[in-house]
Design a protein around this ligand. Structure first.
Ligand SMILES: O=C[C@H](O)COP(=O)(O)O
Length: 243
């Protein structure tokens, strides 16, 4: 089964962290799975050239233009990023990103020949109201463009209430939600939907990683806080290797 792990550094990391990153990369010269870090854009160009793939955390939907402070997929690819995360709940919350905007960013990334990691997930209120599957169905319908049949996309399920909180759904809940996501993707995209990697994200750490990674329809993880330090991320990568 295809396996992938992505460390999302979010707004963390400066040149002071590079030595530790290259030390980590040196431990994973030939990983048996796709291993990626998504650092802040300022570090992308300085972290390429190892077996650790480098991704970006967001891109603008336009190729270029008058968008102060934004960055296009083409620029990220030019800096050396192969993948870009879109639709992260922190982007949806902090920048009021809608499903339509996420779809536009996805198309922009594909046009720049980048691969996409598209995040979906319910809020705590939606979870408590039993609306999880409805929310995910709508997010998938509106934010995954039809082009997903032809190109590479990875879907990351991240319950918003599990991000950075230390809380996670039960293993059964993760398995059930991933099965639902898989069914939905297969119904829309057929064989391409069956092949799309599905990552779980939200408070993944060394102590729970293996139990999550062995679940059906879980191809790996999207890891935030525990990807920042080599000592935390290494055992999570090892858990995926052994899963
Ligand atoms: O992109 C990563 C996720 O938001 C998970 O973050 P976390 O591992 O710190 O909970």
């Amino acid at each position: 089964m295809y396996k992938m792990i992505v460390g999302n550094w979010k707004m963390n990391g400066t040149s002071a962290d590079l030595e530790e990153f290259f030390d980590f990369a040196n431990d994973w010269l030939n990983p048996m799975f796709d291993l990626m870090i998504c650092p802040p854009a300022t570090l992308i160009g300085r972290m390429t050239g190892t077996s650790v793939m480098i991704g970006a955390q967001d891109c603008h939907a336009d190729v270029k233009g008058a968008h102060t402070g934004d960055i296009s997929a083409e620029m990220l690819a030019d800096a050396g990023a192969t993948h870009v995360i879109v639709g992260h709940s922190e982007r949806r919350t902090d920048h009021a990103e809608t499903n339509a905007m996420v779809a536009a960013k996805t198309n922009a990334a594909w046009n720049a020949e980048m691969k996409v990691i598209l995040c979906i997930g319910e809020t705590e209120a939606q979870y408590r109201a039993g609306e999880t599957l409805d929310v995910l169905r709508t997010q998938m319908a509106e934010s995954i463009p039809d082009g997903a049949m032809k190109t590479n996309i990875t879907i990351a399920y991240e319950p918003v209430w599990a991000i950075g909180t230390g809380l996670t759904p039960t293993l059964q809940e993760i398995a059930d939600v991933h099965a639902f996501i898989r069914e939905t993707l297969v119904a829309r995209f057929g064989d391409a939907g069956a092949a799309m990697p599905l990552l779980y994200g939200g408070s993944v750490k060394a102590s729970n990683a293996r139990d999550i990674f062995v679940l059906p329809n879980v191809n790996g993880g999207l890891v935030g806080g525990a990807s920042l330090r080599k000592a935390d991320f290494t055992p999570i990568c090892s858990a995926l290797e052994q899963a």
